[in-house]
Design a protein around this ligand. Structure first.
Ligand code: SF4
Length: 212
């Protein structure tokens, strides 16, 4: 990124962070993924149970491995688990000390949008661990709620369908068709207008493209 684009992007993230704070979230801006990862490792410390929602951003930053190496226990589902094991893992993640995830969109007026197949992440960010940390690259910034929901379906979900090799219509057309497919991954929208009361929520905004 050239220096002028970098400066504008950082200002956009600072403006978004200010809007998030007005909505009672904590928010911080980082110039890079490694800087955010270092801050998160320092915040988590050691000896914690850390629930992780499926997140390419979290895995791209190597956080599960780094947190485990620092003496934390990672609670997350994995591809080989059967339905019952996944369900009990999701419930255990909701009872962890910290929950890590990434929204599909963060709006300039400080709202957070999540779109899920199962809703385990939505449940965790509404009423899960006392400390929730959400990481979002600058590619997740949307002008408003409407654009954020559009992004969640047409950019994030369509891209994830492609990544997961799902036989859903968006893979062929390149846009959300609001399908009735049995493999549809867009079933539960979680929209945080303001921070729910029970949890502390820190949003880490990162000046890099990360995740879908
Ligand atoms: S609703 Fe269906 S078509 Fe739309 S993004 Fe989700 S899986 Fe794809």
């Amino acid at each position: 990124m050239d220096e002028y684009k970098n400066t504008i992007s950082l200002k956009t993230l600072e403006n978004t962070a200010a809007a998030l704070r007005r909505n009672n979230f904590e928010a911080a801006v980082y110039e890079s993924g490694p800087a955010a990862a270092a801050a998160l490792l320092s915040l988590a410390g050691t000896g914690k149970k850390i629930g992780v929602g499926g997140s390419i951003t979290v895995s791209a930053l190597g956080l599960p491995e780094a947190l485990a190496a620092a003496g934390n226990t990672i609670v997350t589902h994995s591809p080989g688990m059967n339905a019952e094991a996944r369900r009990s893992t999701w419930l255990a993640a909701q009872a962890a000390d910290i929950y890590l995830a990434s929204p599909q969109a963060v709006t300039l007026d400080g709202k957070l949008i999540f779109l899920d197949a199962n809703g385990n992440r939505g449940a965790a960010v509404i009423c899960g661990p006392r400390k929730i940390v959400l990481l979002a690259g600058i590619n997740k910034i949307a002008r408003n709620q409407e654009e954020g929901l559009w992004r969640a379906r047409n950019v994030a979900a369509a891209g994830n369908n492609l990544r997961l090799k799902k036989d859903n219509p968006c893979v062929k057309t390149g846009k959300c068709e609001d399908c009735a497919s049995p493999q549809r991954i867009c079933n539960a929208v979680t929209l945080l207008w303001k921070k729910p009361w029970p949890n502390d929520v820190l949003v880490m905004l990162i000046n890099e493209d990360l995740g879908y």
